[in-house]
Ligand binder design. Structure first.
Ligand SMILES: NC(=O)c1ccc[n+]([C@@H]2O[C@H](COP(=O)([O-])OP(=O)(O)OC[C@H]3O[C@@H](n4cnc5c(N)ncnc54)[C@H](O)[C@@H]3O)[C@@H](O)[C@H]2O)c1
Length: 316
């Protein structure tokens, strides 16, 4: 019998998780406090799954097989019944998370893992007072998880290591790439890394050193090219003849010097964001943002197919 996953909150991320878990062979029960969302999600998920099949992204399965694993649950109790894992996706609001986790904690069987998709709320903030807080954690996806495999697993100090390990194993088994934090921290990992880069990008534009176009090119035609298959640590390990230790000996001084001018965040809002928007609008007029998002998703799917093929031919 395949594992059962309860999806709690069937909006944008709930829908994306339902597709991801169903493609990974799990049975999925979808619950939302607004039943119209469940109907709408089932309908739109079918279109998205068909789209994935047409791009050979269902791991050899048919649309019917994957859709057939997703069912609507009328109550939270029926969604959770027999579920090994519950993935919560209600709006990003501390009070809403506290309320839904109190309910999940009461209703779910003792061995059901309770995971939140929260983008930024630390798990300790909404699980502290729960009777079985040891089985709660954040599993933060990047949207949409059926295309972007990384998922950050963030424990509170009371999350049991075995729960973290079970969630890691489940995510790996469905084809995701779990990133396990040892302990919670604001911004988790990916937003901290992205934030550091964005702060510097805004600073360079604010101080008139470069245009948004040149900075974007510096990433996608330059240092970002490698990032689709290797991270910053492996990059520097291969960028000095003697590996990372040699890189540190050669370049730490340079980066330390640069870091002294990177301590104060530049405000993004106001005239700076207007300037950034004006520059970006030359390439993508605001009325065409949705079209450009579709272009991004098509390129992302093509890149993922290419990377999967590359891994087979060249190695990971
Ligand atoms: N949108 C993103 O790009 C993204 C990425 C990663 C993580 N997240 C996180 O995922 C979570 C959900 O975000 P979203 O973008 O899917 O929001 P959304 O507004 O699209 O969906 C939220 C859904 O939760 C339902 N809901 C509200 N209260 C509920 C309750 N008590 N019980 C059951 N359902 C309830 C709503 O009816 C709605 O359908 C947030 O914590 C968000 O931070 C979002």
């Amino acid at each position: 019998m395949p594992e059962k996953i309860a999806i709690i909150g069937a909006g944008l991320i709930g829908r994306a998780w339902a597709i991801t878990f169903a493609r990974g062979g799990r049975n999925v029960a979808l619950y939302d406090s607004d039943p119209r969302r469940v109907e709408e999600t089932l309908r739109t998920a079918a279109d998205l799954i068909r789209d994935l099949e047409s791009r050979a992204m269902l791991a050899g399965q048919t649309t019917a097989q994957v859709i057939g694993r997703i069912t609507a649950a009328e109550t939270i109790e029926s969604a959770l019944e027999g579920a090994q894992h519950a993935q919560e996706n209600v709006p990003e609001d501390l009070e809403a998370k506290r309320i839904i986790f109190a309910e999940l904690d009461k209703v779910a069987a003792p061995d059901t893992v309770l995971a939140s998709s929260s983008s930024a709320i630390l798990p300790s903030r909404f699980t502290e007072s729960l009777a079985s807080r040891h089985r709660c954690l954040v599993a933060h996806p990047i949207n949409p998880p059926y295309l972007v495999p990384a998922v950050e697993l963030v424990p509170a100090s009371w999350t049991e290591p075995a729960i973290l390990e079970r969630t890691r194993a489940l995510m790996s088994a469905i084809g995701q790439a779990p990133i396990v934090m040892r302990r919670e921290l604001d911004g988790f990992i990916m937003n901290r890394l992205q934030g550091a880069l964005l702060h510097e990008a805004f600073r360079l534009v604010a101080q008139g050193y470069a245009t948004t176009e040149d900075i974007d090119a510096g990433i996608c035609k330059g240092i970002g090219l490698r990032w689709a298959f290797m991270g910053p640590f492996e990059t520097i390990d291969l960028n000095a003849p003697g590996g990372v230790r040699d890189y540190v000996a050669r370049y730490e001084g340079l980066y330390r010097h640069i870091a002294k001018s990177q301590t104060e965040p530049t405000p993004w809002s106001g005239p700076l964001s207007e300037r950034v928007e004006a520059e970006l609008s030359r390439k993508t007029p605001r009325a065409r943002l949705a079209e450009r998002q579709q272009w991004r998703d098509r390129r992302l799917m093509a890149l993922l197919r290419h990377l999967a093929q590359d891994e087979k031919e060249i190695g990971e």
